[in-house]
Design a protein around this ligand. Structure first.
Ligand SMILES: [Zn+2]
Ligand SMILES: [Zn+2]
Length: 146
């Protein structure tokens, strides 16, 4: 995801609204590695702008996704989590604290075998795959007993 100021420029170039409320949404997500829900983003924005509606936040998130500046992850059948890291990566979900971490390939093989890296893959059943999701589950470093 680009910087909040660059996103304002990008939104204007696409004829999209770039209000101060939207700038606050961009800032709430920028460099965020926690994969927040829309409600969490809304809480952060309301600290500065108490009158912003959840609907406004959802609309800004939807426009960011449409522009390819934001990803969405769904784990454990919970609320959709938003991800400003749009480069290919896998996720690790801790069973103890339920936090979601980005997995940056310490084993590059793990990521390079990802079909999305090689374009569309057609399975033997004839299904055209254009996206895959890798989710590792286990115990994160801070929850793991020493
Ligand atoms: Zn944990
Ligand atoms: Zn991520």
């Amino acid at each position: 995801m680009r910087s909040p100021d660059d996103l304002v420029t990008l939104f204007r170039a696409h004829g999209l609204k770039a209000t101060p409320q939207r700038h606050a949404v961009f800032a709430a997500l920028h460099n965020d590695g926690t994969h927040p829900t829309a409600e969490t983003v809304w809480e952060r924005v309301r600290e500065q702008m108490p009158l912003v509606s959840l609907r406004t936040v959802y609309q800004a998130l939807g426009d960011l996704i449409a522009l390819g500046e934001l990803g969405a992850v769904s784990v454990n059948n919970g609320a959709v989590r938003f991800d400003p890291n749009v480069s290919p990566h896998a996720h690790f979900v801790c069973r103890a604290c339920e936090r979601i971490f980005d997995v940056v390939a310490s084993d590059p093989e793990l990521i390079s075998t990802h079909p999305e890296m090689a374009g569309v893959v057609v399975t033997s059943e004839g299904f055209a795959v254009d996206e895959t999701e890798i989710i590792f589950r286990g115990t994160c470093a801070s929850c793991r007993p020493l």
